[in-house]
Write a protein that binds this ligand. Structure first.
Ligand code: ADP
Ligand code: MG
Length: 304
């Protein structure tokens, strides 16, 4: 179950919402699709799911071409659109029954509904009207409709936007669990989400892909090998002395005896700081490297 996007462009009138985009999501991968508002994330997802056509380019979902083979493609895709459009007047079970009847899976409708209600933790709410549910439960209903036919590919557009922190964690866990045997592409503008769930990150900005890397390698796209070390000494120390450590270019005192030391180069300077302390009879209370975070990578790649 894979997604292959080749040279996709989407025009809305004069505006190029997507500009010659290509990428792949391999079987079993969970890929985070991130970018600022208006970058083209929802447009890309609507095209992959066959809801709107591309202006040019080609998309294959599990080797089937989107656009020509849409009925077959839809069976293999579960899609949670942005803002999770639902019918507030329908009851949860009634709605899921309605969705189940769209797909001809060979499994009884009741069984499909029972299974999905259990999987998405909807048992206590199953008899309520959708409009009366909390946002977290409505999101579970959205996931339930996306998962009910057991698709191999899951496309989730901003699945956790607007939820409170507890709901976010619950929905993320559900996505992680449901995504174990699926190929998943999820869009978000929350960096921690990508950190928490994804294997790979695709960053899109103004309709162009600006990064496509494994999560562990995404930091290397910032081409300034800078280290920031947070160090606390037991003793008072002069700034000038710290600047003598090799590769150090700036030091900043953040509180009494605590410094942020910035250095160039790839070589870990923590041993140098430690040796420096020993040589100068200083006691190190803590010594930590501050990791570059995804937020920083994102801002670096998508700033004006
Ligand atoms: P994202 O989901 O990353 O926020 P979208 O895919 O929704 O971005 O939008 C990408 C760009 O295309 C935006 O500039 C948006 O205003 C424009 N756009 C989206 N949908 C339409 C539409 N139906 N008609 C015209 N422009 C659109
Ligand atoms: Mg969007």
């Amino acid at each position: 179950m894979s997604i292959v996007v080749q040279g996709v462009t989407k025009l809305y009138g004069e505006q190029k919402a997507l500009n010659n985009i290509s990428f792949e999501v391999k079987t079993g991968e969970i890929v985070g699709f991130i970018g600022p508002n208006g970058a083209g994330k929802s447009t890309m997802m609507k095209i992959i799911t066959g809801f709107i056509p591309a202006s040019s380019g080609q998309i294959l979902v599990n080797d089937r071409e989107v656009g020509t083979d849409n009925l077959e493609v839809r069976k293999e895709i579960g899609y949670l659109p942005e803002n999770n459009p639902l019918y507030p007047e329908m009851y949860v079970r009634e709605y899921l029954g309605f969705v189940a009847s769209i797909y001809n899976t060979g499994v009884s409708k009741k069984k499909l509904i029972d299974n999905i209600i259990e999987l998405t933790g909807l048992i206590p709410e199953q008899k309520k009207k959708i409009g009366s549910l909390s946002k977290g439960y409505r999101q579970r209903v959205g996931l339930a409709q996306a998962l009910i036919h057991n698709p191999g590919v899951l496309i989730l557009d901003e699945a956790t936007t607007g939820l409170d922190p507890n709901q976010i964690v619950e929905i993320r866990n559900l996505i992680k669990e449901a995504g174990k045997e699926k190929t998943v592409m999820l869009s978000t503008h929350i960096m921690q989400e990508v950190e928490a769930i994804c294997d790979r990150v695709i960053i899109i900005d103004k309709g162009i892909i600006v990064a496509n890397e494994e999560k562990s390698k995404i930091y290397s796209v910032i081409k300034r090998p800078k280290q920031v070390i947070h160090v606390e000494f037991e003793n008072d120390i002069k700034e000038a002395l710290l600047l003598e450590i090799a590769n150090v270019n700036t030091v900043r005192q953040i509180k009494k005896n605590t410094w942020l030391i910035e250095a160039e180069g790839d070589e870990d300077i923590r041993p140098l700081i430690f040796n420096f302390a020993v040589k100068n009879n200083l006691t190190v209370l803590s010594l930590q490297k501050q990791e570059s975070n995804l937020e920083e990578v994102f801002r670096h790649l998508t700033k004006e």
